[in-house]
Design a binder for this molecule. Structure first.
Ligand code: V07
Length: 260
């Protein structure tokens, strides 16, 4: 499958060899985070209801998860539902909240076959019970899988995440379990929802929007950003490879100067 992916690259005949070298030595990003924008616009362009765009967007999640898994990417974090999304019409929110279940019902056998682990970041308690149950079941069923971590940001907001981390740390300082001196970047990392994950190497945002919208503010400090006008339902293998190649080119260019 990797070969199939790589033979599509621009470099022609030698692409496989060249790219395999790249992939081994110059590294495919370990953790890719995606803001999946443009589902509503995709539907509007076709005179379809917004929920049709969300449904199509869910199919794209499947396709991209398969490709990420085939490429040996370790973590794919997908911004599925932000704390801002509650402001949308109730009918749309209800539909969005049914998607995890729909996705998991049909995709679970393949997740298990592939050894994909489902994880989430965000405030699970704020989700409807049926959504929470579906997520909990999926995380439980896949917890021993050792392949791709498919990490959904659900009811997630980065500032709220940081506020919670600060409060949790303050409690520990107050009760004497931590001293002020022990509070540093590494400690703060451990109190974030992403404490068990590496930082994203690459952030992708679709649909022409060029902002972070309260997504992983702390974690994206050193991440490469890649933006595209393509709407999320139209995002495909080719676009995904383009983003990864752009990341690899930047890494090659700045490889010797990392951190500067
Ligand atoms: C959602 C489809 C993708 C585009 C963005 C908005 C709509 C997959 C999930 C999902 C979440 C958790 C899980 C399994 C699947 C999802 C929401 C929206 C809320 F365990 N797609 N997708 N969840 N969209």
């Amino acid at each position: 499958m990797l070969k199939k992916l790589l033979s599509k690259s621009k470099k022609g005949k030698h692409s496989l060899e060249v790219n395999e070298t790249l992939i081994n030595n110059e590294c495919v990003p370990s953790h890719i985070a995606i803001i999946m924008d443009g589902n509503g616009r995709w539907a509007k362009k076709r005179a379809m209801p917004r929920i049709a765009g969300h449904h199509e967007g869910m199919q794209t999640v499947r396709k991209i998860s398969r490709i990420a898994d085939d490429m040996g990417i370790k973590v794919l974090t997908l911004y599925a539902f932000s704390t801002e999304n509650w402001k949308r019409p109730k009918s749309e929110v209800d539909y969005l909240m049914s998607l995890p279940q729909m996705f998991l019902n049909s995709f679970m056998p393949e997740l298990m076959e592939r050894g994909i682990r489902v994880e989430m970041i965000g405030d699970k308690e704020g989700l409807p019970t049926s959504t929470k149950v579906a997520l909990n079941e999926a995380m439980e069923k896949t917890k021993n899988n050792t392949g791709l971590i498919l990490n959904f940001a659900m009811n997630y907001g980065s500032r709220a995440e940081i506020v919670k981390a600060m409060k949790d740390i303050m409690v520990e300082v107050n009760n004497g379990k931590l001293t002020l001196d022990e509070v540093d970047e590494t400690l703060i990392d451990q109190y974030l929802l992403t404490s068990n994950l590496p930082e994203p190497d690459l952030l992708i945002r679709t649909s022409g929007e060029v902002r972070l919208s309260n997504f992983m503010l702390w974690q994206l400090a050193y991440t490469e950003f890649w933006f595209t006008d393509i709407l999320w339902p139209d995002f495909n293998q080719e676009t995904f490879m383009e983003a990864i190649q752009a990341y690899q080119q930047r890494n090659r260019r700045y490889g010797g100067l990392k951190g500067e």
